[in-house]
Design a protein around this ligand. Structure first.
Ligand code: FES
Length: 121
């Protein structure tokens, strides 16, 4: 059974930002949304594996730093597939819809200023 694993201190992730961390050998993106709540999703974009912890966060929407795919950090759900540049959007449009995948999402708990993430997703 998976356990909650310490990932970072809460103050390492400012409100409104996202950071990349390792969790049991996997990469995760840890986002802290406007109300201070933390969410963890897979750290590699389902398009070409960009580090999502280097992306941008707007509300609960995480945007990939490479080609603009967007994911909801509360669920890992894909919101918008590849956006830029235009030629790569056209190429990505040829990828069957079933390959446009959501991110795994992980349970998060904050205890004594420490962020813990459940190592399954
Ligand atoms: S690698 Fe994320 S949209 Fe291309």
């Amino acid at each position: 059974m998976a356990e909650f694993v310490p990932v970072c201190r809460l103050d390492e992730v400012p409100v409104g930002e996202v950071r990349q961390f390792k969790l049991d050998g996997r990469e995760i993106a840890l986002a802290r949304v406007g109300d201070g709540e933390c969410y963890a999703v897979g750290g590699r974009c389902t398009h070409l594996r960009a580090a999502l912890g280097r992306g941008t966060l707007e509300g609960t929407t995480l945007t990939c730093p490479w080609h603009g795919s967007q994911f909801d950090v509360t669920s890992g759900k894909l919101q918008r597939w590849v956006q830029e540049p235009a030629w790569i959007r056209v190429m990505a449009g040829l990828i069957p819809a079933f390959l446009r995948r959501d991110l795994p999402s992980y349970e998060v708990r904050v205890e004594d200023g420490q962020v813990l993430v459940k190592a399954e997703g």
